[in-house]
Design a protein. Structure first.
Length: 255
């Protein structure tokens, strides 16, 4: 019996190991839990020792890396070294900043593990809200009126033809679009043109990395999906029941 048990253990496939970046964020923790419940061994890699995901029961090891926004290439090398050290099969970026840096430097990491990301061209496109809104317009998907420009003056000029209140967002985390880490934000609101100018003023040197949109009230209803080579692997719909801030922003309760 002992011989048969040993043979079964030797013949059984090695568990898949995933290195997950972004465990300092709630979405990173959610990815760790989902993979762990599926029987996958998870190694979270984060920017500091007290990341949320480091304390998940599904964590089998931990790793740290340099900040992807400050040193993207150094971050990619840290991730590659962690993948080599822990013999991981897949590197799964759970937050946009790590996805952007890993996609841009995928040659560094893909020698050690598969990067769970679309081709670099698709990633750059998807992480630029301006490009995505332009695509929506070409295929007839309604989108809020939007203003982009390379200066505060050009943004304000376009905003004068829009209806307040206004929403100010970063364009995204694609290469060359990142705001400085100390200036980054999710969303801001402006009730008037004067308020909009005050909101934009701190970003005078980074105006090309911002978008201004008309505010559209309502409840967010979304369809999320996973695709493989042009085929939908899975689709699921959800409603954003609560966001932070309450006027609209990052969803904190979904159904």
């Amino acid at each position: 019996r002992r011989v048969s048990l040993l043979a079964a253990r030797v013949m059984s496939p090695k568990p898949i190991r995933d290195l997950v970046t972004g465990p300092d964020q709630h979405q990173g923790l959610a990815v760790i839990r989902g993979l762990g419940r599926a029987g996958i061994e998870v190694i979270p890699a984060g920017p500091h020792e007290r990341c949320l995901g480091f304390f998940s029961r599904y964590t089998v090891a931990r790793a740290t890396y340099r900040a992807p926004r400050v040193d993207p290439e150094g971050f990619a090398r840290d991730v590659a070294e962690s993948a080599r050290q822990h013999e991981t099969d897949v590197i799964m970026p759970a937050v946009e900043s790590t996805l952007a840096a890993l996609s841009h430097h995928r040659g560094i990491v893909e020698g050690f593990a598969t990067l769970a990301a679309p081709p670099a061209g698709a990633v750059r496109y998807a992480l630029d809200k301006k490009a995505m809104l332009a695509l929506a317009g070409t295929v007839g998907v309604p989108a809020p009126t939007c203003a982009a420009g390379d200066s505060i003056e050009s943004l304000m000029s376009r905003a004068r033809s829009m209806r307040p209140p206004f929403v100010v967002k970063p364009r995204g985390h694609a290469s060359g679009l990142d705001l400085p880490a100390d200036r980054d934000f999710k969303v801001q609101y402006a009730a008037s043109l004067d308020d909009l100018y005050r909101a934009l003023l701190p970003f005078e040197e980074h105006a090309d990395k911002l978008l201004v949109q008309e505010y559209v009230p309502g409840i967010g209803r979304c369809v999320a999906s996973v695709w493989r080579k042009g085929r939908a692997v899975t689709l699921f719909a959800y409603e954003r029941e609560r966001e932070y801030p309450l006027s609209g922003g990052v969803s904190v309760v979904r159904r």
